[in-house]
Write a protein that binds this ligand. Structure first.
Ligand SMILES: [Zn+2]
Length: 120
């Protein structure tokens, strides 16, 4: 599972997903997939999209939500500041950037907030 996410900063990325999975497990979810299927997440996602329907990357209609953080407040939906509405096309690009080791999670969040990747 973790070996799928070989970022530039491999160790940091592994830690990131380990801590995400630990938070999810603490709330009774066996995996991230399990969480995404839950009524809890469906409710949070709906709230985020009801508030803002436009993709924060390209402005098209958003129907997906990207997790900027996986802390307890975000996972439980008490804090939705770090959840970003995105369209399917941009989510595809984000997934590809992660899979191809091009951008770290932090760099993707920066990109979503500012509309461009962080200066290197
Ligand atoms: Zn988009």
């Amino acid at each position: 599972m973790i070996s799928r996410f070989r970022y530039k900063h491999g160790h940091k990325a592994a830690q990131f997903f380990l801590s995400r999975n630990n938070v999810l497990r603490a709330f009774g979810f066996s995996s991230y997939h399990d969480y995404l299927k839950s009524p809890l997440w469906h409710g949070i996602r709906k709230r985020v999209l009801d508030k803002n329907r436009s993709c924060c990357k390209c402005g098209n209609v958003a129907f997906l939500v990207f997790h900027g953080r996986y802390d307890e407040q975000t996972i439980q939906g008490h804090d939705t500041t770090h959840l970003y509405p995105v369209c399917g096309k941009c989510m595809g690009q984000i997934d590809k950037a992660i899979a191809n080791n091009r951008l770290s999670h932090d760099e993707i969040v920066y990109n979503l907030k500012h509309g461009h990747p962080p200066p290197s």
